[in-house]
Design a protein around this ligand. Structure first.
Ligand SMILES: [Zn+2]
Length: 139
């Protein structure tokens, strides 16, 4: 299942731009506090732990494990009618402790998803200049 281009029209803002620009280069960069060093995702303007506005964007491997998942059967929006059933996964990233990404696992049928399944980032070219970080089973 490829995500609809319509879903990808949510444009970046000043806080999320470094993340999305890295995605265009097929690089997964996760925001890390420049003061206390904690990772966070989705990006925020300030650290929820120490309040610092300093942040950095280290490159991470994109490898992780499924922390949680659900299977969507009802299309919440009309353009998703052809996509159901599809999965939504929460991925814990191996080298960004504390950061979890909500995404899709592209190469699994609904009955094949498992908690702790090893996964790796896989880039979904959703449209012109839109590259989404999705996941596939770890190779
Ligand atoms: Zn901090």
């Amino acid at each position: 299942m490829a995500l609809s281009e319509e879903l990808a029209r949510i444009g970046p803002n000043a806080t999320t731009r470094p993340f999305w620009e890295a995605c265009l280069r097929r690089e997964l960069r996760i925001q890390r506090c420049g003061s206390c060093g904690r990772f966070r995702h989705p990006p925020l303007p300030g650290c929820p732990h120490c309040g610092s506005a300093e942040s950095e964007w280290p490159l991470v491997s994109g490898r992780g494990r499924i922390h949680s998942f659900t299977i969507v059967h009802h299309p919440a929006l009309p353009f998703l009618a052809e996509a159901v059933p599809y999965n939504v996964v929460v991925v814990s990233l191996d080298d960004a402790p504390g950061a979890r990404m909500i995404s899709n696992l592209l190469d699994a049928e609904p009955g094949e998803l498992r908690i702790d399944l090893p996964v790796e980032v896989w880039w979904d070219e959703a449209g012109p200049d839109v590259v989404l970080p999705c996941f596939r089973r770890a190779r």
